[in-house]
Design a protein around this ligand. Structure first.
Ligand code: SF4
Length: 316
């Protein structure tokens, strides 16, 4: 059976190995963000319905999951807003009832989380990553271009209510768009808004691949640093993209022998750079450097120079 709604698994920076599930047709969304990598929204709507048939999604999931793939997450994502599908709850229950060993993630713009029906339907999801890209109505219009009827107040109060009642994990994503949401006043407002949410951490994101609108450009490192400095006193923060950062509390401490085993396991599968290891193993660079030095000294791994810098692996 060729899959239409289930894709991957794909390796992602944030989620490890993730099996994607697309619950809407391209491109159905409650917003028309100019930075969207999936193109302009052709169906801008707040109407929930069965945009793709739940029965077909479940059949595709069954055909993949019955073989017991080793994945970190099954993720609702794809080209549009997954919570617009009125059968998302049925699909969540299907996975949780029949394949309870898998963790579920929902990537959402957050616009419908204030709807009590949506909140109930996604209540069994393990990890939800909603966006908060605007700190005011004006920014909301520019950066998220919402469907008629979706105001910033409606969006934010729904998000606030949801995060304060949801029992799973929530990471909040902020997309930084220079010139739109990065002024000193914006950052101050973001901090005040974040204080009202119950989320585990904030992930700062900026343009990686070209979006729809060429005027949206990546945020320079200095801009990302301004966000980090303002948000970190309130909540742990991590930044991806050209300027990478993780609050100290997010850098897990792995025992040394475990770290050495993890490095060897990664290097045995493919050659890896320091950046790959830092990203995947969540350690500070000093600890990584010391462990690499020891492994190289013992001759357990080797290093070689490549186009992307120094690689570690088994080269013989
Ligand atoms: S909410 Fe997500 S899918 Fe919808 S337009 Fe914005 S970036 Fe694209």
């Amino acid at each position: 059976m060729s899959a239409k709604y289930v894709f991957g698994p794909i390796a992602s920076r944030r989620l490890g190995l993730s099996l994607g599930v697309d619950l809407v047709t391209r491109k159905t969304c409650t917003q028309d963000c100019p930075y969207c990598e999936a193109g302009w929204t052709t169906n801008l709507t707040l109407e929930r319905k069965e945009y793709v048939p739940a029965a077909a999604v479940k059949a595709e999931l069954r055909s993949v999951l019955d073989s017991g793939p080793e994945i970190d997450f099954i993720t609702f994502s794809g080209a549009g807003e997954p919570t617009l599908n009125s059968k998302i709850g049925e699909i969540v229950d299907f996975i949780k009832d029949e394949y309870p060993q898998y963790s579920l993630c929902l990537l959402t713009n957050g616009s419908l989380l204030g709807d009590p029906e949506v909140a109930a339907e996604v209540s069994r999801v393990d990890l939800i990553i909603p966006n908060l890209d605007a700190s005011s109505e004006e920014e909301f219009k520019k950066i998220n271009a919402p469907a008629p009827g979706l105001t910033f107040n409606r969006f934010f109060s729904g998000l606030e209510n949801f995060t304060n009642h949801f029992t799973g994990r929530i990471f909040l994503e902020i997309f930084i768009a220079p010139g739109i949401n990065d002024s000193a006043a914006s950052i101050e407002r973001f901090v005040e808004l974040i204080k009202r949410l119950k989320v585990e951490k904030v992930q700062l994101n900026t343009l990686d691949r070209p979006g729809c609108d060429a005027t949206i450009i990546p945020a320079p490192a200095e801009t990302v640093k301004r966000f980090v400095r303002a948000i970190e006193p309130v909540i742990p923060v991590e930044a991806v993209g050209s300027f990478r950062y993780k609050s100290p509390s997010l850098r897990g401490e792995m025992p040394k022998d475990e770290l050495a085993s993890a490095i060897m396991a990664m290097a045995s599968r493919r050659q890896v750079t320091r950046e790959d290891l830092l990203e995947a193993l969540n350690v500070d660079s000093h600890t990584l450097e010391q462990t690499l030095k020891e492994l190289l000294h013992l001759g357990v791994i080797e290093s070689e120079r490549g186009a992307r810098g120094e690689f570690f692996g088994f080269f013989k």
